[in-house]
Design a protein around this ligand. Structure first.
Ligand code: CA
Length: 364
């Protein structure tokens, strides 16, 4: 007999009543396995099963459903299926969905400090983001930021260093950025504005058509694995690196706080642990797939792979320092997030000079 319970929204967990109503015997003995069942919706900012991002969200949902023995079933909705890509935050905040998978830098208009927990230009790489969030005080700040919105955030994926983006024309010098219309979200977009470009924010699924039609001149999305999947090489020939704007962006799983508190402690722990597992699994996937995709882009599709000119990178770094400082000056929590992140970056930079970077140099 199927005992499906549709528990809508937060605070609804009348399970014993539900079981009694469909004729089942409630578990009365002490120590009996919990019988409460929850069905949650997860809205996302990605196309359903899009490589890495969408599949990461799907993997998280499957993992929670499986490890909870079906006591917490999570159903995933791609961008636009239940709510549009950029309404995930509001949808989970108001309880339309119990859970969301997205990127916190999309919400800088709601909370100035939000981008610090995804990507900061010239900031932390994936390894360092994990160190800062889990062990360096970052996650506590993130929880503090989201609490007034009734949201509990978890790191839940990372792409590793991204690419600088796709350009319809070659970028020879800083002057070529003047008036350039580029899809680039988060603080990276604000930095681009400072050096004369016009940033626009578009959900991933709209990038290809906008680039192909010439509505935008350039676009950053993620990197070879994802960009090949969207066919961005068919809309722009020049692919630039490195991804100064997103050196190790953390994806997020946000959970409606009231729904989270409705869960028994073991299910709460399962949600937290599955987020942590997906945070790791996604980075492994990008690490394994990016170069394979880049080979296809360059060898089969004739993509022009180029490094950003030095003067461009220098101007971007200087503009980033200003944007970060102004963001922090205007918002107390952004101030604390920037100070915390920068202190961690200084420590990580010193350590990585004699570990990661020193080791890379030995590989030749
Ligand atoms: Ca990106």
């Amino acid at each position: 007999m199927k005992r499906r319970e549709l528990l809508r929204g937060a605070g609804v967990a009348a399970v014993a009543t539900g079981l009694a109503a469909c004729g089942a015997k409630p578990a009365g003995e002490a120590g009996a396995a919990p019988t409460e069942k929850f069905v949650w919706k997860m809205v996302t900012s990605w196309p359903t099963n899009f490589p890495g991002l969408g599949t990461g969200a799907a993997r998280l949902a499957e993992m929670i459903t499986a490890t909870s023995g079906g006591r917490l079933t999570v159903k995933v909705y791609g961008a636009g299926e239940l709510v549009p890509a950029f309404e995930v935050f509001d949808a989970v905040s108001r309880g339309t969905a119990e859970m969301g998978h997205s990127a916190s830098y999309y919400w800088k208009g709601k909370a100035a400090a939000a981008p610090f927990f995804c990507a900061v230009p010239f900031g932390l790489n994936a390894q360092e983001m994990n160190g800062w969030l889990y062990e360096g005080g970052g996650l506590e700040l993130w929880r503090e930021l989201y609490a007034p919105f009734g949201l509990v955030p978890f790191p839940a994926g990372n792409t590793g260093v991204q690419m600088a983006g796709w350009f319809r024309k070659p970028l020879a010098a800083l002057a070529d950025l003047q008036g350039l219309k580029m899809r680039i979200p988060g603080l990276g977009g604000e930095v681009m504005a400072r050096v004369g470009a016009t940033p626009v924010n578009l959900p991933g699924a709209e990038i290809f058509s906008s680039l192909q039609s010439g509505a935008i001149d350039a676009a950053e999305w993620v990197g070879p694995y994802n960009d090949l999947a969207f066919g961005l090489h068919r809309a722009a020939k020049y692919c630039y690196y490195p991804g100064w704007q997103e050196p190790g962006p953390t994806l997020e799983c946000m959970v409606n706080q009231a729904a989270y508190e409705t869960l028994p402690p073991d299910l709460r722990e399962i949600v937290a642990l599955c987020c942590r597992a997906v945070n790791d699994a996604m980075l492994a996937e990008y690490t394994a797939r990016n170069q394979q995709a880049l080979d296809v882009l360059v060898r089969e599709h004739g993509v022009e792979l180029r490094q950003l000119p030095d003067d461009v990178l220098l101007a971007l770094r200087r503009a980033s320092d200003k944007v970060l400082e102004e963001t922090a000056a205007a918002d107390p929590l952004a101030r604390r997030a920037l100070d915390s992140m920068q202190a961690f970056r200084a420590q990580a930079k010193a350590w990585h000079a004699v570990s990661e970077e020193a080791y890379y140099a030995t590989r030749g």
